[in-house]
Design a protein around this ligand. Structure first.
Ligand code: PHE
Length: 460
């Protein structure tokens, strides 16, 4: 039955196109903006180690499960779950898993676009030479001025959201393949240039030590949850982005190999970003836990002091915008695909409405950095932006991923799994099935229990 199934939204031209698109989804602000700042806030090495473990034990098996379900369903995540539940003889309640994912993607896009707007703003600053010879105090002021001004943040947020929805309205496939093909290698090279600069700051070894020397005294239960949540966030898992891309994947592509390549590329980019940033942080006596502004307070110093810095700086922020762009597309694709399938609206209209909604919600995140930054606007010590980020990355994505693993491992027939993975019932299949059946769900559940205090994994 395999050959006939194809999505109504089309298919990738090849396995490579899928790898590029999925890598485009995975590599984004999560790797370059979020990973360094949450690593800094959670004490470094031990956090990084837990994050890497989560990628291996939780992320990779779930990514395989998501691609598998997507390709088997060949529809938007909501309809894929509905269809698979039916064909595997399971309750139709599983469709709500698709819904939860769609909602998570929408919520994430609303603040993702605000942060991507910072990158757009920094592209122009770098290009016009604002960072030349800049000091640590100078970059602090530049960042402060930008975030203090809701109008400017709103303008950049609007620019980014429009860019995203224009591409989504044309169908993610056209353009995306080509953009990612040159973007990924270029981003990689620029990160190497930055690591090269960091190697000469005089604090390179301390920076690497911060990143790779685990100090388990520095990690809290909440830190463990954040590390796991980030494994989901950075690999775009738990909300259907990879599922919907999987639904456009040609039938003959190997799901296991593809997954490993995407995860390896994503992890490398994050680690390189960390290796570039922490030496600069330490060499300039900055605070690793400086929060969401960390990369914007460190990298401009590197660009301000290297030959050709304005050029490299502009290029770097341009690539960052591209990386964020290719991720943003995948955040809203599940919802747009669903609207096209079920409401019978055009892609253009669906994109316009989704974009408008996410943009509107994004205004709350814009305000979180200025007019709503005060305590009277906070919930549990978190701003509107922090709450959305915490809720989506640390709760909704891991829960969604947990349910995806459970459905793939326990809900799907063994024969359907083997047919879709196109492998024989050998070692690889057994390892994967063991991971998604037991290891992955138990790990996620333990980390949840740990954070609500039912058990104590960290010992303090
Ligand atoms: N993985 C993207 C990043 O690291 C964010 C993302 C999350 C994209 C979930 C899609 C789905 O920036």
């Amino acid at each position: 039955m395999s050959e006939r199934r194809e999505s109504i939204h089309g298919q990738w031209s090849s396995r490579w196109a899928f790898i590029l698109a999925a890598t485009g989804s995975a590599v984004g602000l999560g790797n370059i903006w979020k990973f360094p700042y949450i690593t800094g806030e959670n004490g470094g090495g031990a956090f990084v180690l837990i994050y890497l473990l989560c990628i291996a034990v939780i992320g990779i098996p779930i990514m395989m499960a998501e691609i598998l379900l997507g390709r088997r369903g060949r529809r938007s995540p909501i309809n894929t779950m509905r269809f698979l539940a039916k064909s595997e003889g399971r309750t139709s309640l599983w469709r709500y898993l698709g819904w939860a994912g769609v909602i998570a993607g929408f919520l994430i896009l609303s603040y993702y676009s605000v942060i991507a707007g910072w990158a757009v703003a920094y592209f122009f600053r770098a290009a016009t030479g604002v960072f030349e010879g800049v000091t640590a105090a100078g970059v602090e002021a530049i960042f402060g001025n930008l975030t203090a001004d809701p109008e400017r943040l709103l303008a950049w947020h609007t620019v980014f959201m429009v860019m995203t929805m224009v591409v989504v309205s044309r169908g993610v496939r056209s353009g995306l393949e080509r953009a990612v093909r040159f973007l990924m290698p270029a981003l990689f090279v620029l990160l190497l240039v930055l690591v090269g600069y960091a190697a000469n700051t005089g604090a390179f070894m301390e920076g690497l030590g911060f990143l790779f020397r685990p100090d388990f005294g520095a990690i809290t239960a909440n830190g463990v949850l954040i590390a796991m949540g980030h494994a989901f966030f950075t690999l775009s898992l738990g909300m259907g982005a990879i599922m919907v891309y999987g639904s456009y994947l040609p039938q003959d592509a190997s799901i296991g190999k593809t997954t490993l390549m995407i995860a390896a590329a994503d992890t490398t980019v994050a680690l390189l970003a960390g290796m570039a940033i922490f030496p600069i942080v330490l060499a300039n006596s900055m605070e690793p836990g400086a929060g969401p502004g960390l990369i914007l307070k460190t990298l401009p110093i590197a660009f301000g002091h290297m030959p050709g810095g304005s050029f490299f700086g502009a290029l770097f922020f341009l690539l960052l915008v591209f990386a964020a762009w290719t991720s943003a597309l995948s955040l809203i694709e599940p919802l747009v695909a669903y609207l096209v399938e079920n409401v019978g609206t055009t892609r253009l209209k669906a994109s316009a409405w989704c974009g408008f909604g996410a943009w509107l919600l994004g205004v709350g995140s814009v305000q979180s950095f200025n007019v709503w930054s005060g305590e009277e606007y906070q919930l549990w010590g978190m701003t509107f932006f922090d709450v959305l980020d915490y809720l989506t990355a640390n709760i909704m994505l891991p829960l969604g991923g947990l349910l995806i693993a459970l459905f793939a491992a326990w809900g799907m027939r063994r024969s359907s799994l083997l047919d879709e993975l196109q492998i024989t019932d050998g070692v690889v299949f057994r390892i994967w099935r063991f991971l998604v059946r037991y290891v992955t769900p138990i790990a996620v559940i333990l980390i949840f229990l740990n954070v609500i205090g039912v058990i104590d994994l960290t010992g303090h």
